[in-house]
Design a protein around this ligand. Structure first.
Ligand code: SER
Length: 317
């Protein structure tokens, strides 16, 4: 029986992954750990245990691991790329010290760990198209530096302590439940809200900026499927490239316009986020994940757009 702790349960991934894990493993067995006293989502609060869990407060985490006999931790708490650029020291503290705290606790209590890395681990010297699994990684953002260091720490704890740590490199994630915050790929979520609410959107990235993206149901599937794979099938274990689609602002705009013909877009470039996006791949090659643990996304751009618009229409009613 799995007893799971989700750290960062109120965030963009956590708010949905916690519910998916509760469906799969039983509500009582999945503890939602957030940094607020009460989560804003009633579903999260009502469907199972909710506890304060700050990755920078290891004693509190240790008490939770003991109380709930936790054997698996999904460690999702992190600062995203644009927020990290504004406060690099805090990014290091949360993204690295927070991870080290979790890995040390996992080592003491024999827990498996899921760690989400990112397309941010790549930089200007990385091949931009079909970015291979194993390639040059010289990120220029502090976010990328923390995520790359995180991948290496996860590998280190596996090799040195035989800790079962696994992870993927998520692309930009698109969802309708919880907004991302402070990311470079956030435009691909905002554009849907603005298309429905105001029929126009001002995009902070150039119209021809290509980035990898993924719809949240695929992101949840990736995490859960990787954690369920028999250990001996995994060669890389950490930092698997996973992608579902690659598009530019112009392309997603065109797709949304098929549903909302009066939708208009304009561009006001944010130089910081543009330079972050320019340093990331246009599209990653995720064949290693497909081979090692059967990764297979379900949603492409048209299928995701249809679902996002349908779900958001209901939500924003
Ligand atoms: N979505 C993240 C960001 O934009 C990348 O992992 O920061």
């Amino acid at each position: 029986m799995k007893n799971i702790l989700v750290i960062g349960a109120t965030g963009q991934i956590g708010s949905e992954l916690t519910l998916a894990l509760r469906d799969a493993y039983g509500s009582a067995n999945v503890v939602a750990g957030g940094h607020k006293r009460k989560p804003s989502s009633e579903k999260l609060q009502d469907s199972g245990p909710y506890e304060i869990a700050d990755c920078l407060a290891p004693k509190v985490l240790a008490a939770l691991i003991e109380k709930y006999k936790i054997d698996t931790i999904y460690h999702l708490a992190a600062l995203l790329s644009a927020t990290s650029e504004k406060n690099p020291k805090l990014a290091w503290e949360v993204n690295i010290q927070g991870l080290i705290n979790v890995l040390d606790l996992a080592k003491s209590y024999q827990c498996a760990v899921f760690f989400p890395s990112s397309i941010g681990v790549f930089g200007d010297s990385t091949p931009k198209d079909n970015t291979p699994q194993d390639t040059i990684q010289r990120p220029s953002t502090i976010y990328g530096i923390t995520k790359l260091t995180g991948e290496l720490l996860c590998d280190y704890y596996y090799h040195k302590y035989n800790l079962d740590v696994r992870g993927v490199r998520y692309p930009g994630l698109i969802s309708y439940e919880t907004l991302p915050g402070g990311g470079t790929t956030d435009y691909a979520v905002e554009i849907f809200y603005e298309a429905l609410a105001h029929k126009e959107y001002t995009c902070f990235l150039k119209e021809d900026t290509y980035l990898d993206m993924m719809y949240m149901p695929d992101a949840l599937k990736a995490a859960m499927q990787l954690m369920e794979t028999e250990s001996n099938r995994l060669i890389h274990r950490n930092g698997y490239n996973v992608s579902a689609m690659s598009f530019s602002p112009r392309e997603i705009f065109g797709e949304i316009r098929k549903w909302i013909p009066e939708f208009k877009i304009s561009y006001e470039i944010d130089p910081i986020r543009q330079s972050i996006a320019d340093s990331w791949p246009n599209s990653m090659d995720d064949n290693v994940a497909r081979q090692e643990w059967g990764w297979q996304p379900e949603y492409d751009l048209p299928k995701m757009t249809k679902d996002m618009i349908e779900k958001l229409k209901l939500k924003l009613k």
